[in-house]
Design a protein around this ligand. Structure first.
Ligand code: NAD
Length: 468
């Protein structure tokens, strides 16, 4: 595997130093990885700044063609990207290949968009139009749970709008992104896309960098606050996609047998390391026992292991710090509720935690109130949907949520009052490139995806012309 290189000014270069990337399924070194220095970040930003005027002036049709070429290159290499991603991130190979394919689809989607001027008035007296200008150099910062698809929320939109980019993956999952850098290096003019990897020490430098005009950040709420503070000095534009603690509200009219697998999938995909994973479920008392039993059965049957092995449904936690954090949350669950599946420590190598179901637990437990970001699902008994909605909304997070009921009017009514960026009905965590996505409250600022997401990489530019 490898060697992996940084992409700076159209050239693949070594890092100033090197670091190891660990395979979380084996705890062994997967590969050496370049570690960029602050000077290399500065070089990447300087290259992006120099490339900006020509890229911004490039006809949009050519920018779209470049995005399609990148989509083709990613798609043609889904198998290799998937294998790298599984080994650095942990997720099952099928899911990793799906993520790589998804990234190509997001590039293709943005290549289908335009940025037409909007005419506000066209009268004998005046013509007023709103055009969309690119911002300049964009810093794109990505976390470790979905390195490829979250990169593809940002990079194609930024490039289509005429910006140039410095992209930084997370320190524990840089390899698949660096592989993409290698695949696409000749598909864009030098400096238009630069990719650097760090040891979790250059994100702050990106947010403060005077020549970066916008930071598009996905990661935790705590780091998001630092990004906002770092961006304040130069009044940079920011988009923040942050943490969540998504609630599912399950009313008494659903069939537990039919609904449990859907909830299980929404909670345990990527071993629960999904910003929009269902992280707490409020279940009506009339079906509470049945729902707990069904979910426990699914948890017991789940195949957990190295994502490269066929048939594995859930891989390890991505890194040791996250593994230790989730184990601590499980202890909270043991104290505050009753564990009915999983919960036992894993012996042997790898950061594996079996899917863990906790019942007879309530709000006020850290496992319910906080974002544990792992394969643990607390189930809370409720008397009615209104009560559950109040509890669901009583959170500083507001990323996603879902309502489960056969009474669609009732579900819709509850959905309209859920204080989140997205509410799903009878499903959870369904994202698509053309659907805007963003968080309420401390889950984020701004929007990604869709035309609204594209607009965030632009400055509205009004031309107001007198005619008489
Ligand atoms: P994190 O905040 O620790 O790191 C995210 C990225 O920020 C990494 O690339 C990291 O190197 C970088 N970083 C570190 N310090 C920085 C600083 N001071 N300034 C700027 N960047 C810095 O997050 P994580 O642990 O990698 O990811 C998990 C979190 O991400 C969870 O909270 C999850 O909910 C959230 N997330 C949100 C979304 C969303 O769309 N809302 C999607 C995926 C993950």
């Amino acid at each position: 595997m490898g060697p992996f290189k940084l992409l700076i000014n159209g050239r693949l270069v070594d890092g100033a130093s090197s670091m190891d990337v660990i395979n979380p399924a084996t705890e062994e070194v997967l590969s050496a990885c370049p570690r960029a220095s602050k000077a290399q970040l500065d070089e990447a930003v300087a290259a992006a700044k120099a490339a900006f005027p020509a890229w911004a002036a490039t006809p949009i049709a050519e920018r779209k063609a470049a995005l399609v070429a990148i989509a083709d290159a990613i798609q043609a290499n889904v198998a290799e990207l998937g294998r790298i991603l599984t080994q650095e991130q942990g997720k099952p190979l099928q899911d990793a290949m799906g993520e790589a394919f998804g990234a190509s689809a997001f590039f293709r989607y943005f290549a289908s968009l335009d940025l037409p001027a909007q005419v506000i008035e066209d009268s004998p007296q005046k013509k007023v139009e709103v055009r969309r200008r690119p911002l300049g150099v964009v810093g794109a910062i990505v976390p470790w749970n979905f390195p490829l698809v979250l990169m593809a929320f940002k990079v194609p939109a930024a490039l289509l709008a005429g910006n140039t980019v410095v992209l930084k993956p997370a320190a524990t999952t840089p390899l698949s992104t660096l592989k993409i850098a290698e695949l696409v290096k000749d598909l864009l003019p030098p400096g238009v896309l630069n990719v650097i990897s760090d040891a979790n020490d250059l994100g702050g430098e990106i947010t403060k960098h005077p020549d970066i005009r916008k930071v598009s950040f996905t990661g935790s709420t705590e780091t998001g606050k630092k990004v906002m503070a770092g961006a304040a000095e130069a009044l940079k534009r920011i988009t923040l996609e942050l943490g969540g603690n998504d609630a599912g509200i399950v009313l008494g009219d659903v069939d537990p047998k039919e609904t449990a697998p859907k909830i299980f999938g929404a909670a345990f995909q990527n071993s629960g390391q999904v910003c929009i994973a269902m992280k707490r479920v409020y279940v009506h008392e009339s079906i509470y026992d049945a729902m707990c039993d069904e979910l426990a059965k699914l948890a017991e049957a789940a195949v957990v292991g190295d994502g490269l092995q066929q048939g594995v449904q859930m891989g390890p936690l991505q890194n040791k710090a996250q593994y230790d954090k989730v184990l601590a949350y499980i202890e909270e669950g043991r104290k505050d509720g009753k564990i009915i599946a999983g919960g036992a420590p894993h012996d042997g190598k790898g950061y594996f935690i079996r899917p863990t179901i906790v019942r007879d637990i309530d709000d006020g437990s850290r496992l319910v109130d906080e974002e544990q970001f792992g394969p643990v699902l607390p189930l809370i008994k409720i008397k009615d949907g209104e009560d559950a909605l109040k509890r669901a909304n009583n959170s500083s997070y507001g990323l996603g949520g879902s309502i489960w009921s056969t009474d669609l009017d009732k579900a819709y009514d509850l959905a309209t009052r859920m204080d989140t960026g997205t509410v799903w009905i009878n499903k959870h965590a369904d994202l698509a490139p053309n659907i805007p996505f963003g968080g309420a409250k401390m889950s984020g600022i701004g929007t990604e995806l869709g035309e609204a997401g594209l607009a965030e990489f632009t400055q509205a530019h009004v031309i107001n012309m007198a005619r008489a």
